[in-house]
Ligand binder design. Structure first.
Ligand code: ADP
Ligand code: MG
Length: 332
């Protein structure tokens, strides 16, 4: 059964969306050359209400440009884009009441003012009813542990504290969708964990639609069941995280410790030994396959002392996917 508030009609819809920047590059003394950067190149996808989707890709892929078009900061050069049925660049103010956005690289908080003053300004700017503002603020303070920070000027906050402050500011007006552009960039492990837990709760309890742009693949692994991969302005993958492994034909590694140094284990294909170090051997096998059969076989034929399985590194999977794409092979 679907959660209440979750419907299948698309909340965010992009159809062949493009963004081209005209840039002038200095090519010599007094000489400038015009050239065009296709930051987003005919992207189509839709996100249903209540979904939490990861939007990943290398630097310069077009992630931030997409987010800026979704908020109405930038106008697409082509294609059709709708958020909650609204064309963002045409009705940016009307849309602003329904969306929240956090840019990890810059704050929307007032640098010199205590954190609480930024929230009071948000309160007035969005004309949030007093009771609801109170209620939301209390909830944010509790969930994001902001109590001690409210009277501290933003410039004195650590990066992790500031990020929590920014997330709260983006949510005080109860937006239906939250865009996060690199929210965990530069954060320590504890802050990252806290931010992730908060986002998971927000999505589960309030069915807030979340579009999460990140470099940190652990963000995606821990939060998103669906991931979109963008490269050079093009969507190269849209699907389950598990499927990404298959698209990249990733492998898991079985690490076995034998009683003594032995020749490489004769493993059933496609599993194979990729490294031997004394009594320890590493076997690669397809990530989509179960390790059980392989383990049983080795245990029956070799003096096994210990073993562990290493999950594939998504970063490597994506790198491989990009490489294959450039070589002209389809991936998804
Ligand atoms: N305002 C701009 N003017 C010119 N080029 C831009 C502008 N904004 C982004 N770009 C270019 O568009 C491409 C995509 O940038 P961006 O969306 O910021 O990527 P990402 O967020 O994935 O790192 C890059 O080549 C970037 O240099
Ligand atoms: Mg970016």
């Amino acid at each position: 059964m679907m959660d209440p508030g979750r419907t299948m009609d698309p909340f965010i819809e992009l159809d062949g969306v493009e963004k081209v920047f005209d840039v002038r590059r200095k090519t010599g003394f007094l000489k400038r050359e015009r050239h065009r950067v296709r930051a987003v190149d005919s992207i189509s996808f839709s996100v249903a209400r209540g979904e939490m989707v990861g939007y990943i890709g290398p630097n310069g892929a077009g992630k931030s440009t997409t987010i800026k078009m979704l908020t109405g900061i930038l106008t697409p050069s082509g294609g059709r884009l709708r958020v909650a049925g609204i064309d963002p660049s045409r009705e940016r103010t009307r849309l602003a009441h329904r969306i929240g956005v956090v840019f990890g690289q810059r704050t929307t908080l007032w640098w010199d003012l205590p954190l609480i003053d930024s929230y009071r300004l948000v309160h007035r700017m969005y004309r949030i009813p007093a009771a609801r503002y109170r209620e939301n603020l209390d909830r944010m303070v509790e969930l994001l542990d902001l109590g001690e920070l409210l009277d501290v000027p933003v410039r004195q906050l650590s990066l992790g504290q500031r990020m929590r402050g920014d997330i709260a500011a983006a949510l005080l007006h109860d937006p239906e969708v939250l865009y996060l552009d690199e929210p965990t960039i530069g954060l320590d492990v504890i802050s990252k964990t806290r931010v992730r837990e908060f986002l998971r709760g927000l999505n589960a309890e309030r069915a807030t639609t979340v579009l999460l742009t990140t470099h940190d693949l652990q963000d995606i692994e821990q939060l998103c069941s669906r991931v979109m991969v963008i490269d050079h302005g093009r969507l190269v993958y849209d699907g389950a995280l598990a499927g990404l492994h298959e698209a990249g034909e990733s492998e898991r590694i079985l690490v076995v410790d034998l009683e003594r140094e032995l020749p490489p284990i004769a493993a059933p294909s496609p599993a194979r030994v990729v490294r031997v170090e004394g009594p320890r051997q590493w076997l690669a096998f397809p990530a989509s396959a179960s390790a059980a059969g392989l383990v049983a076989r080795i245990a029956a034929e070799y003096p096994l002392v210990d073993l562990s399985v290493r999950e594939p590194d998504i970063e490597a999977v994506i790198a491989k996917m990009y490489a294959e794409r450039r070589a002209g092979r389809p991936v998804a």
